[in-house]
Structure formats: structure tokens, C-alpha cells
Design a protein. Sequence first.
Length: 58
Amino acid sequence: MRAPEELNEVDWAALEHAYGPAGDVPEMIRVLYAVWGAPAPESLGGRGARRSWPNFRC
């Protein structure tokens, strides 16, 4: 995901996570963006002037 706007492209209501319906996931991701800022470009290896994002792969 390159920008929070891409969250709108997912049918979250059709998905579930460990605690039930995944409809709350977009808001949680938007909060992460607000707190951490956008992740650094991959060309920088995920490291930039801001904190590095955790590298979670599902």
C-alpha cells in the first residue's frame, strides 16, 4: 500500500481478522499513518528520516 487512499479499494466488510469483522482495519491503518507518517520509499530500504515501519508480511 502506497497511500491511505488505497484502503478504499478493499472490500473490508467481506474480510475478517482474529477478532471478527475487518471493517475497523482501515481506521487503524489511518491512525498508524497519522502517528508514524508515510513509510519511506522501498528504494531506501524502508529507512528514511522518519521512523522505519515494521515489516509485516501476511
